[in-house]
Structure formats: C-alpha cells, structure tokens
Design a protein around this ligand. Structure first.
Ligand code: SF4
Length: 217
C-alpha cells in the first residue's frame, strides 16, 4: 500500500473517532504562544490551569518582559517543568519587546516563511513552536510534527529514526492536502494522548492497528 493511501485511510478512520479541538479559540496571540510552550510534556488540563493563572497575573508581553523568572515560575507551576518553561517565556517576551516593540503583529503580518524565520530567531522558539503558532493564529496550512506525531509515524513505519522535524513535516505535507493538515495535526495528537501512548499503547483498542508495524495485541 502506498504511503499516500495509508495516510489517507488513517486520517479518515481517526477523523471519525476524534473531535477537532481548536484549543486556541479565545486566546490572544501571546497567550497562544505561551500555551504552546506550556504544553510541552504536559497534560492539557494543567496547561489550561497554568494559562488562566498566567493571563490573570500578567497584562501582555511588556508586563512579562519586566517580570522576574521567579514570578513567572510561580504563575505557571501547574504546567510542570516550570523552571525551563518560565525562562523560555521570559526570553521570548524580552526579545519581542527589544526587537518588535512587544508587538507580535509585526511578525504575523509577514509571509509564512519570513514569519517562521523571525520566530525561530527568538531564543526559546523552535520550528515546531513557530509552526503550531502560525497554524493556530494565522491558519497557515502546515502540519507541525510534535512528539506524539513523531512516535505514531515511526510505529506506522512512515517516519524513519533519522527523520528530522522538517523532513517528516515535509513528508506528511506532500501526502496530506492543505485543507486537511490542521485537522490531521489535531487528531493525531489526540490519538497519541489517548491510544498510541509512549508507554503502554492501547493496541487492543487501536482503530488503525492493521496499518501498524509494532502493534502489541
Ligand atoms: S497498534 Fe498500538 S502502537 Fe500501533 S498505532 Fe495502534 S496503538 Fe500505536
């Protein structure tokens, strides 16, 4: 079976199982960016608690840039890994103030490639964070690859161990039509959280096990 057909089948099956949760609805661009940082290796419920506390405590980019790392840590504690994340958030806010007067619009008004370049030149923002942010806020038709998607694609025999972030993203984007990429990103993450977990995947319940190379049933 070709990779295209396999991926199409997988997306079709998973689309029926999982709801698309555009979690960024109602968030400002800066809150969305901070949520992406907070979501790394964290349950979504805890991310929500942390971003609510963060939004109550801080009034935008400049306020965060002025705050101490300790204050940011205290506010985002529910998200876990809060020391590393607080430092990243502080660096991002400081860079945004120094280089863009604290205005994310100056980046968001650029084309995808230019915006991604500017974002990844900010300390604390890597290619995945930049892509998720541009997908969420600008509706860029990209397919960011997070740890869940990498793991699932390896198990399905689509990703290779040596694939980089950009090479796997490109591989998937060639096969998934533009208007299905955001949906695919979101449902794969949900599938990775609920079924194809890093530890003890629930292979017995897996709706796509017939396409998997490593299933444990
Ligand atoms: S069979 Fe198991 S390892 Fe394979 S995709 Fe499904 S849950 Fe993941």
């Amino acid at each position: 079976m070709s990779m295209r057909i396999k991926l199409q089948k997988i997306v079709e099956i998973l689309s029926k199982k999982y709801e698309i949760n555009e979690w960024w609805t109602g968030y400002t661009p800066f809150e969305t960016l901070v949520s992406i940082i907070l979501s790394q290796r964290t349950y979504w419920k805890n991310v929500k608690t942390a971003i609510e506390r963060f939004s109550e405590r801080f009034d935008g980019v400049e306020d965060v840039a002025k705050a101490s790392v300790d204050e940011i840590e205290e506010t985002i504690k529910p998200a876990g890994l809060y020391r590393v994340k607080a430092q990243r958030i502080k660096n991002i806010a400081r860079d945004l103030v120094e280089k863009y007067d604290g205005k994310l619009d100056k980046i968001l008004n650029l084309s995808y490639n230019k915006a991604k370049k500017k974002l990844t030149s900010i300390s604390g923002i890597g290619p995945k964070t930049a892509d998720v942010f541009l997908m969420a806020i600008k509706g860029e038709q990209v397919l960011p690859v997070d740890v869940h998607i990498f793991r699932i694609m390896k198990r399905l025999g689509i990703a290779k161990e040596r694939d980089s972030y950009e090479s796997l993203k490109a591989k998937l984007e060639v096969e998934i039509p533009r208007n299905q990429r955001i949906k695919t990103h979101l449902i794969l993450i949900e599938f990775g959280r609920q079924i194809c977990r890093a530890q003890n995947p629930k292979c017995k319940k897996c709706p796509i096990k017939r396409y998997c190379k490593v299933r444990k049933t």
